[in-house]
Design a protein around this ligand. Structure first.
Ligand SMILES: Nc1ncnc2c1ncn2[C@@H]1O[C@H](COP(=O)(O)OP(=O)(O)OP(=O)(O)O)[C@@H](O)[C@H]1O
Length: 740
């Protein structure tokens, strides 16, 4: 049942879950309404859909399942509509002035003769323009969003759709709702499929089949694979779409013909690629071959002397081990090489030595890492200016094509004669492709990383594939130098890697296991650690914000979602001085520790105290909520010296970050890491994951829970197997086959 009327007053509103009780008035009746309202405004006109139900105590009530703001047509309604901030440039005061003057015809004036507003004090030509434009958009959006919401699209999604397709939003969605899967972050194939079914699309419509195939492949890519065995793809798609396998086969042929997919045979298995990944693998292999085969003049001075000189002048008297020297030598004699090793094996020391030597020889060097935090860490520990690979490649987001491009590429390659990439385990296939395109053959390329870390979040297994192919010269570092005597973190990391159980609980050390078996007890202990237990003991922990919880999963009592709720309550509880904002099931509060969940090249940032502005917030960036604007609801997040403002609809890209998954922690270091240890889904309980978690702790690692579970992780050496073809392609080069 649908009712259109005005919300007379709000009797009760729970900010946390939106539950609202109010008095609703239509033309001919007045009744109590209950339901979840985001921000109920008395006086505003709503269309509500639901049923009357009898409440034991309160009698008959209308239970609203959904609601929609309606463009009003009476003076009071218009006043409330404008006062609610629907039009830029008009606040409550201005709304009164305008409606006092134009009454019922206010909206007509705004639409047809906005210049009449100039008669109102406080509105000049400039603000008139803002108001008129914003009003046009508001009306258009209100109409469009209503239709979209009837299709089951949420308000936040509707805003995103409108931002992208503007006035044509409805046509685009009606023509092919499946395009939303690719274009709108947060709309899954299943959602698009629901919309399509409402719109009357057939089960075997071409759009549905294509979108289904792409979805299955994308899903696979999400877990790291660049291709899928054809049999598996057919099976999964048939299951997903509930159609015949011949239809899917036909669709595959069509998509190959359109250049969306590529088939290949890897190790005698027929496989299917999304074309972009196929191209990227080919391109990475091809560029590596070009770089490796190019002619580079040998260095003009004696290497051993140069290394000695570097030891004296750069590394503070550190005498490089034979293994380390070998790495430096190889980096300076080969066109391209890989240096890999666990924590404390001297990777940074080696990078410093190489940079010093190249500087002595007047060879310009670029030093970069995949994340901002990794780049910052290198700059801090080595004193050599490093930047993110994205920045080095001068990424630009093309708003027309809705995609990201690199300013540095084959036509405009990097000018430096040597390029060093650190933390290479985090570089995924697409980024490696971008990088290699910008490295001109004749440039030295040095790739440094720890191949035992979890592989990149994005698709590909680039570092491991390169190592396994044995196509690129590589040096593996084994000997540990960093505080081997004092640091159990480093010792344990290496033990875990070798499949041995870590040592724990030696006094004055940095690795502890607090044994608990029940999940509730683990949770209570984690809370306790945040309540000051660690802070009271360690100088380097100034507050709970210096402690990072790393957990394998999002779900469950000890998953990130629940832990974040609990730890937010401990570290940043509700307070009258702190504004809050609800988004979905989460509450963001001023002061909260947060993390950006995906690369967003469009988000603007502003640097402190400077006029410098830029675009781009990246997956895994961590910050704090600095402010929430009470009127607009915008949330300002500080990432180091930059501030990014999130609109309502952007908040789905943000998450609380008191606890994060181990996967999201790659490339970062934290003063103290706390890891709950209990039964988690077996596929997550791997040696690799434990190793990554432990190596994130700089000064302290505390495992809370079952030691047996931790040991089981050490025993589980199942490496996250991904289907990737780079190793195969690199081996092909070695066999003299042509590629490209
Ligand atoms: N040959 C050496 N002799 C003595 N000390 C060394 C040697 N090589 C490295 N170190 C010291 O060991 C510590 C770890 O080295 P470095 O930071 O270069 O390793 P890393 O592999 O980059 O480690 P991580 O990845 O954990 O940062 C540093 O304090 C460094 O000064």
């Amino acid at each position: 049942m649908e009712k259109i009327g005005k919300l007379e007053r709000v009797i009760f509103h729970n900010k946390e879950n939106g539950y609202t009780v109010g008095v609703f008035e239509t033309e001919d009746e007045q009744f109590t309404v209950t339901g979840s309202f985001h921000d109920p405004n008395p006086g505003v006109k709503y269309r509500i859909v639901g049923e009357f139900k009898m409440h034991r105590k309160y009698g008959e009530q209308f239970n609203a399942e959904s609601y929609e703001e309606v463009i009003p047509d009476d003076a009071d309604g218009i006043r409330a509509f404008l006062a609610a901030g629907n039009v830029k440039g008009i606040g409550p005061k201005m709304a009164n002035l305008i409606v006092d003057r134009f009454g019922k015809s206010t909206l007509d004036v705004l639409e047809q003769n906005p210049e009449k507003l100039l008669a109102i004090r406080g509105i000049g030509p400039k603000s008139l323009k803002v108001i008129a434009e914003s009003f046009g958009e508001t009306i258009e959006f209100t109409k469009i969003s209503f239709s979209l919401r009837e299709l089951g699209i949420t308000m936040a999604q509707a805003v995103r759709i409108y931002k992208l397709y503007g006035g044509e939003s409805l046509e685009v969605v009606k023509d092919n709702p499946y395009c939303l899967v690719e274009d709108i972050y947060g709309i899954s194939f299943r959602k698009a499929d629901e919309i399509a079914m409402k719109l009357g699309f057939e089960e075997d419509s071409e759009f549905r089949l294509e979108s289904g195939v792409a979805y299955v492949l994308e899903n696979f890519a999400q877990s790291g694979s660049t291709y899928m065995p054809k049999e598996q793809l057919l099976e999964s798609t048939v299951k997903l779409l509930d159609v015949g396998s011949e239809q899917v086969e036909e669709c595959l042929v069509q998509m190959i013909f359109q250049g969306k997919l590529q088939t290949d045979t890897i190790e005698e298995t027929p496989v299917v690629y999304l074309y972009g990944y196929y191209l990227a693998e080919q391109s990475v292999a091809w560029h590596l071959a070009q770089i490796k085969e190019a002619h580079i003049d040998p260095l003009s001075a004696d290497l051993d002397n140069l290394i000695q000189d570097a030891e004296k002048n750069r590394s503070g008297g550190i005498h490089l081990s034979e293994e380390q020297r070998g790495a430096v030598r190889q980096a300076l004699t080969e066109n391209v090489c890989i240096i890999t090793g666990g924590p404390g094996t001297g990777k940074t020391t080696i990078i410093n030595t190489i940079v010093y030597i190249l500087e002595q020889l007047d060879i310009k060097v670029a030093l970069a890492a995949p994340t901002g935090r990794a780049a910052k860490r290198i700059t801090e520990t080595s004193g050599v200016e490093a930047m993110t690979i994205h920045r080095m490649l001068e990424y630009v987001y093309s708003e027309d094509e809705h995609e990201m491009n690199f300013g540095r590429n084959e036509e405009n390659p990097l000018e430096e004669k040597a390029v060093i990439i650190d933390e290479a385990s985090m570089v995924d296939l697409m980024l490696m492709e971008g990088l290699l395109k910008a490295v001109k053959p004749g440039t030295r390329l040095i790739i440094v990383g720890d191949a035992d870390q979890l592989p990149s979040v994005g698709a590909g297994n680039v570092l491991r594939d390169m190592l396994r192919s044995e196509y690129i010269p590589a040096v593996r570092l084994h000997e540990i130098f960093r505080q081997a005597g004092e640091s159990l973190i480093v010792v344990n990391a290496h033990m875990i890697q070798r499949g041995e159980y870590p040592y724990a609980n030696e006094s004055n050390k940095d690795f502890f296991v607090m044994r608990r078996s029940r999940e509730e007890d683990i949770l209570n202990t984690v809370e306790d650690l945040f309540r000051g237990r660690l802070q009271n003991y360690y100088d380097f922990i100034h507050s709970g914000y210096d402690i990072q919880v790393l957990t394998p999963t999002k779900k469950g009592l000890l998953g990130t979602i629940h832990l974040n709720e609990v730890l937010q309550g401990v570290l940043n509880p509700p307070s009258e001085e702190k504004r809050e904002k609800k988004s979905g099931s989460r509450i963001f509060r001023e002061g909260d520790k947060v993390m950006q969940l995906r690369n967003n090249y469009m988000m603007e940032w502003k640097r402190d105290g400077e006029t410098e502005k830029g675009k781009g917030v990246f997956n895994g960036d961590m910050g704090r909520i600095e402010g929430i604007n009470p009127e607009s609801g915008r949330v300002s997040v500080r990432y180091d010296d930059r501030v990014v403002v999130y609109e309502n609809e952007d908040l789905m890209e943000l998450e609380l970050a008191y606890a994060i998954t181990v996967h999201k922690s790659q490339g970062s270091e934290f003063p103290a890491v706390v890891m709950p240890m209990t039964w988690f889904p077996p596929m997550l309980m791997t040696r690799n994951l434990l190793y990554t978690a432990v190596t994130r702790g700089k000064n302290l690692v505390v495992v809370v829970g079952s030691e047996d579970r931790m040991h089981a992780m050490v025993d589980n050496n199942r490496i996250d197997e991904r289907y990737t073809g780079l190793e195969y392609r690199l081996r092909q080069i070695d066999f003299g086959n042509t590629i490209g």
